[in-house]
Design a protein around this ligand. Sequence first.
Ligand code: NDP
Ligand code: 2IT
Length: 448
Amino acid sequence: MNVSSHIEAVYEEVRRRNPGEAEFHQAAAEVLDSLAPALERHPEYAETGILERLVEPERQLIFRVPWVDDQGKVRVNRGFRVEFSSALGPYKGGLRFHPSVNLGIVKFLGFEQIFKNALTGMAIGGGKGGSDFDPKGRSDGEVMRFCQSFMTELYRHLGEHTDVPAGDIGVGGREIGYLFGQYKRITNRYESGVLTGKAVGWGGSHVRTEATGYGAVYFAQEMLATRGEGFDGRRVVVSGSGNVAVYAVEKVHALGGRVVACSDSSGYLVDEDGIDLELLKDLKEVRRARISDYAEAKPAARFSDRGTVYDVPCDIALPCATQNEVRREDAVALVKNGVRAVAEGANMPCTPEAVELFREAGVLFGPGKAANAGGVATSGLEMQQNAARDSWTFEQTEARLSAVMRDVHTDCRATAEAYGGNADDYVLGANVAGFLRVAEAMAAQGVI
Ligand code: NDP
Ligand code: 2IT
């Protein structure tokens, strides 16, 4: 069988076996589309069923999560953990709490995570989990009881050498605290390395909170540098206003750029003076408020619930909210307004049609599995500190993060050039570089 019909057959099997899981199909197609040149050079990977095994998670867990709300009413949510690949290390990847979570979403995220984690060069496998629980509007007590119930089932599948979750949408420091507390209570072990994203005072790492946003900006900075450009004096649009978005804004401002717009699921905000970070952090991290409240606090800013944040002219766009938020028409608007670079802080925020448009227009495009790898890389640094019972300074940790992002960027370009001839093809570079690391380990470890 030739390479392209082999890849096509694997993709058809993904669709047949995982009906209705549109996001997983999309993520699988995006990776598989890049792999022909890698398989041409390594026919042994096709012969030993590497692709067939890679697209099938090692283990998929679905469980009931019952909890009692503040009114005494019993609620039932669904919990997930997809342990996708342990070829390079313990399963590693975040937990997402959002009403849209289903098995297909968790599988797309877990699949992406395999290659992202491989790109960091660290010994971490790929996994993802979460629940359709919606933390919005819930009290701390409700969130705590939900987390305790979730962990009461999940704990038996975790361990610092087995599976190490962290945060994602709807899961931040508060949730990681409750989850860790319950794990510790059930197991009677202070196993620091079982979760990452802990607070710095009890086993967390400096820079983990900032890591994904900072990392995405470092990645964009590296891309821009290949054209002799940078953030200084540039207009930037960031979507979302959660963990990744807030720290992307912070780093852009530190590098002399100006973030003029950000968003949440209700609409977007334009502040031509540059987003006021103190106000944004207070709204989003302390008060858990809406982005529209920013415009109430600062009347010179404008909130809109019509159109999207991508209608705002910018030089650099950093999508940091959720999957498939950048549609074809958003990409058309960005290109028309002269965007130079797009780096995905979120996972798969750009639709395939948008990515194609960026490619045609010669816009630098950093795919999430490379551009947002700083989060999980710093989780890897947290695991290292936990294993050594050590704690590094902010500066030391940030230096490690920035070195990882530089290496990921270099690796993407070198692989893209070697396998496709165009160093600017970061999609090809990221997919092939991640795949080769995982495939080599799988081949060495036998058919498992
Ligand atoms: P948060 O929950 O902190 O923030 C999510 C932000 O995105 C919020 O502003 C939210 O708005 C917005 N958002 C979420 N869902 C939607 C939606 N369906 N439509 C429009 N806006 C939406 O999550 P994070 O910042 O941690 O995660 C953001 C993205 O980054 C995700 O794709 C995640 O997978 C990815 N990522 C996160 C990492 C991390 O370390 N946290 C690491 C790597 C990637 P609202 O409040 O209105 O819901
Ligand atoms: O998508 C991601 O890389 C994350 N949510 C972070 C995963 C992690 O284990 O830190």
